[in-house]
Write a new protein. Structure first.
Length: 319
């Protein structure tokens, strides 16, 4: 009589094992599906966020001024270049997809033809990818901005990619709209290189500073940072949002503000220098577009664009 229950228990054990296996399979499948959903959400958020920011950068630049079929200053080039340098490889397609839709929408919004808008956006994306490849291939330590040569290397890679994109863009503009090849090439290369100088170091340096930020932040340093920021904004506004005689040397004005940029660079290193350059040159472009600053009595022509680009590059490189 005692053998019956023992036999019954032995028969129930396989059923319990099957239940456990099914439960493990179900749990594993659910976990995998949840992971994929989270991954899709992350990719979607990256594409949407980059698309919105890239659209704003493109649209604002195109709204300020378009010369020879290109904006005189193109911050979107530095935005995409910096973002791609920091983006993990698996998220690069999402960033590119968002940038494509954002850039195309901005070009269409200011009146470019559909084919030209798509072509220009593809060229911009190619520049970003080429700059990212150049940095990773020849100067992988450049994004750290641990020494001045890293900054020069970063800008050199982005500028080289900009020149390559300008060659293609000038050819496309000549074939589709019979534009002047040299005019488009000069404006495109200068504007994209200017965007790299202004924006890319801000993105890279800020990301590095945030990752190494000490908490709590020293109160004295915070007060000093706010003071430098205020002086930079006030001085830049006076220089570029005020009408000055154009007889002054067009390249001398940035020298008036270089001590402030040097202060920010020495005290706050790469992030301070990057943000100082960004603030000063943002006011430079803004004021010139509104007809203020040293160039207030000149029309927005290619000469003005070249002067603005030269001023931006000189300020960035000296700092």
């Amino acid at each position: 009589m005692s053998c019956g229950p023992a036999i019954a228990l032995e028969r129930d054990e396989p059923r319990q094992d099957d239940s456990r296996v099914l439960l493990e399979v179900f749990t594993s499948s659910t976990s995998t599906l949840t992971g994929k959903i989270r991954d899709w959400r992350a990719h979607g958020a990256a594409a949407l966020g980059m698309g919105l920011v890239y659209f704003l950068a493109c649209y604002v630049a195109l709204s300020i001024d378009v010369t020879n079929g290109a904006a005189s200053v193109w911050p979107a080039s530095g935005l995409l270049f910096g973002a791609l340098l920091l983006t993990p490889k698996r998220f690069v397609p999402s960033v590119l997809i968002g940038s494509f839709f954002g850039g195309t929408a901005a070009n269409l919004g200011v009146g470019f033809a559909a084919a030209t808008s798509i072509g220009y956006t593809f060229i911009n994306l190619g520049e970003g990818l080429a700059g990212r490849w150049l940095v990773r291939r020849y100067c992988p330590d450049a994004p750290r901005l641990s020494q001045p040569l890293n900054g020069f290397a970063l800008i050199a890679c982005g500028a080289t990619a900009s020149i390559g994109g300008a060659l293609i863009a000038a050819t496309l503009a000549t074939l589709t709209s019979h534009a002047n090849w040299f005019g488009v090439f000069g404006t495109w290369a200068g504007s994209d290189a200017t965007g790299v100088v202004i924006v890319a170091p801000v993105i890279v340096a800020t990301a590095g500073a945030v990752s190494e930020l000490r908490r709590p932040f020293p109160r004295g340093r915070l007060i000093e940072a706010v003071f430098v920021l205020a002086v930079l904004v006030i001085t830049s506004a006076w220089l570029y949002l005020w009408k000055h005689p154009s007889r002054l040397d067009q390249f001398a004005n940035p020298l008036l503000i270089l001590p402030l940029i040097a202060w920010a660079a020495v005290r706050f290193e790469a992030p301070g220098a990057a943000w100082a350059i960004f603030i000063v040159n943002a006011f430079c472009v803004w004021g010139t577009a509104l007809g203020y600053g040293p160039l207030f009595d000149l029309t927005p022509s290619s000469l003005v664009n070249l002067v603005v680009q030269a001023r931006v590059v000189v300020t960035g490189m000296v700092a």
